[in-house]
Write a protein that binds this ligand. Structure first.
Ligand SMILES: *Cc1c(COP(=O)(O)O)cnc(C)c1O
Length: 357
């Protein structure tokens, strides 16, 4: 740390991203919830030499074509959509813009929320999930700050039904709820349909998971035009060209190929069901995940950390969180069928070997 660092940032602990190994080809990488499938062929066609030449020009600060396609896909007006450099940037802007009364989120959820809150000096409350990792709406009744809700939640994969999101919205119409739908395309219900009735709702999404574009960095928000105008105020005060031109083209092309998108999501959902059944048969405890990952605890005496390490030694990367309440679990991204077959075979081997705890 230099002596020049702002004293307000000295105690900051940055977010720890999942490992991105340099020699990923040798590993089965199931640790950061990327898609195992390539982007749509339409994306490859869009990123051609002619477009690469245009990198000398600034990208479109209004993201006109991409946002028109996004608005059409979600059936909302163009004034109701916003694009960010990954949904992490959209979330950062929402923390900066909308948390004058503080923020609140579950004790077990996306690890970036407390990091953004601390970066921007926002007071926050962590509301404990119930023992079964579900959210109890009544626990939020007295919360005044903006609520950040990953739905499906990470790393549990659990969905909060729309009726309960609506109950949260109704608890206090002057309190904003940001629903982070990074995983909604794998079997969740989108809160976008609630937007016409609630102006205290902002829905955030990403192209990183279900649209196979994690490396392109593309996220979005859908909400009332006033909320979207506020996000634009923050963006144009920070980085008007926040999305590069190739990413904008990739996003537009991905949206145009709805058939490919559906096919990839369906494949993940099917592989998730098969892997979940197989792990349960091996004695694992699993949540009812609606995301592109499983949240699974091996059967004692094999602990979460020991299982994670044993997989790692055998070339399979999953995510283990050294956190109170979830140490017994690992989060396993759904890969291809072949990758999951290998995971299951290796897991059987680990269980038979009686890995020391
Ligand atoms: C992956 C993830 C994001 C971030 O996605 P990017 O668009 O890649 O920045 C946001 N929220 C949750 C809950 C996620 O799991």
């Amino acid at each position: 740390m230099s002596r020049f660092l702002n004293s307000a940032l000295r105690a900051l602990t940055p977010y720890t991203p999942g490992e991105q190994p340099r020699d990923a080809k040798k590993l089965i990488k199931l640790n950061t919830n990327e898609s195992p499938f390539a982007p749509s062929p339409a994306v490859f066609a869009a990123l051609n030499a002619n477009e690469t030449e245009k990198l000398r020009l600034y990208s479109d600060p209004q993201c006109t074509d991409f946002l028109a396609a996004l608005a059409q896909t979600y059936g909302v007006s163009k004034a109701c959509v916003f694009a960010g450099n990954g949904s992490d940037e959209v979330l950062a802007f929402a923390f900066r813009a909308f948390c004058e009364n503080g923020a609140a989120f579950a004790d077990i959820t996306y690890g970036f929320y407390p990091v953004f809150a601390r970066l921007f000096g926002i007071a926050y409350q962590e509301i404990p999930l119930r023992d079964d990792f579900t959210i109890e709406v009544a626990d939020y009744a007295s919360v005044r700050g903006t609520i950040f809700l990953a739905n499906p939640n990470a790393p549990t994969g659990l969905c909060l039904p729309l009726a309960q999101i609506e109950a949260l919205l109704q608890q206090n119409r002057d309190r904003l709820i940001v629903v982070d739908e990074a995983y909604v395309d794998f079997g969740g219900e989108s809160a976008v349909m609630l937007l016409p009735r609630y102006d205290n709702l902002l829905v955030v999404g990403t192209f990183s998971k279900s649209r196979s574009l994690a490396g392109a960095r593309l996220g979005y928000a859908i909400g009332g035009d006033a909320l979207i105008a506020d996000l634009n105020t923050v963006k144009f005060s920070f980085n008007p060209y926040n999305i590069n031109c190739l990413t904008l083209l990739a996003g537009t092309a991905a949206l145009a190929d709805a058939a490919y998108f559906t096919q990839c999501c369906d494949a993940i959902v099917q592989t998730r069901a098969e892997t979940s059944r197989a792990l349960a048969a091996l004695g694992f405890t699993l949540t009812d995940s609606r995301a592109n990952f499983l949240f699974a605890a091996p059967c004692a005496p094999l602990g979460g950390q020991a299982y994670y390490q044993a997989l790692r030694e055998r070339g399979i990367l999953v995510r283990w969180f050294d956190l109170p309440r979830i140490r017994d679990y690992v989060r396993i991204t759904i890969g291809t069928d072949a990758q999951m077959q290998t995971l299951l075979a290796v897991t059987q081997e680990i269980i038979k070997g009686g890995i020391p705890v």
